[in-house]
Ligand binder design. Structure first.
Ligand code: MN9
Length: 292
């Protein structure tokens, strides 16, 4: 079973001035992240504004990423939707492009029961030959998986891992301990070092789009047992994340990229563009924490 380690930006979807996906910027951001030492990309997640894209756009975006990465890293495709059949369609498309794994948020909006979520992931895993990564993100999906639920998902060998975007480090530690062979990704960048302390070796994060180098460095320092130095870098990252939370994380990430010279457009409506003073506040924090 492939075990994923390293840093995986949850890729933004860049738009041009007309609001269309901008392949040139996909390539530019992918190249810049790879140069910073990332191991691959997570495409089609919340950071990619996927639930604001049409199915055609989601497919187009994934195609552009696979082309841009060109074998230089892993590509994990989040295919999460509302209905199993739609998810399987996107998963098959992703598989045909040669992705390393597919991932999915649990179908949301309707309150399904756990039996239905387990069946959803098993159906997905049964429909493609690539491995499946579940996505635990209670704050956005509204669904909190208990550790016993995760055990039910992991009973399927084709379900090889989990993106844990939850502040529950207790659960994270117990899952890691029980499933050392599965790929468990820290999904909250601000917790990256804390997750490393309980044994996490991989992260998928939105802020890796523009500050991946910090997390690559944290992993290296941890491997050298230099925890204090690693904590200093996590502190820098967290100052930036705190500022992003004030203005809206995804809008802030696009603004940060723009300040770094990557114009990826605005987040799609109903998101509204940042105000001038929000951008100045962000710029100051980015500057103070070695991001510009
Ligand atoms: O993909 C991201 N999750 C969400 C991971 O945005 C829901 C994280 O990187 C967060 O944006 C970040 C800020 O809370 O940790």
């Amino acid at each position: 079973m492939k075990k994923f380690t390293g840093i995986y930006p949850a890729l933004i979807t860049p738009f041009d001035e007309k609001g269309r996906i901008n392949p040139e910027m996909v390539k530019a951001v992918v190249d810049s992240c790879l140069a910073k030492g990332v191991s691959g990309f997570y495409v089609g997640g919340s950071t990619g504004e996927s639930y604001l894209l049409s199915a055609d756009e989601r497919r187009f975006m994934l195609e552009q990423v696979v082309k841009a990465v060109d074998g230089r890293g892993a590509v994990i495709a989040n295919i999460g939707v509302f209905a199993t059949s739609q998810g399987i369609e996107l998963a098959k498309h992703a598989e045909s492009l040669g992705v390393s794994a597919v991932s999915s948020v649990p179908p949301f909006y309707f309150p399904f029961n756990m039996e239905e979520y387990v069946q959803y992931y098993n159906d997905l895993a049964g429909s493609v030959s690539v491995p499946v990564i579940i996505y635990n993100i209670p704050a956005m999906s509204g669904i909190t998986f208990k550790t016993s639920d995760i055990q039910r998902f992991f009973a399927n060998d084709k379900i090889i891992g989990m993106k844990h975007t939850s502040y529950d480090l207790f659960q994270l530690q117990r899952v890691l301990k029980e499933y050392p062979q599965k790929s468990i990704f820290c999904g909250h960048d601000e917790l990256f070092l804390s997750a490393a302390a309980v044994g996490v070796q991989a992260g998928i994060g939105s802020t890796f789009n523009f500050m991946a180098e910090k997390f690559v460095k944290i992993q290296k320092l941890v491997s050298e047992n230099k925890w204090t130095e690693a904590a200093d870098i996590q502190d820098e990252a967290n100052a930036v994340i705190e500022a992003l939370c004030k203005v809206g994380v995804f809008k802030g990430i696009k603004a940060a990229l723009k300040l770094q010279g990557f114009d990826c457009g605005e987040c799609r409506k109903p998101f509204q563009p940042l105000k001038k003073e929000q951008i100045s506040m962000l710029e100051k924090v980015l500057d103070e924490n070695c991001c510009l």
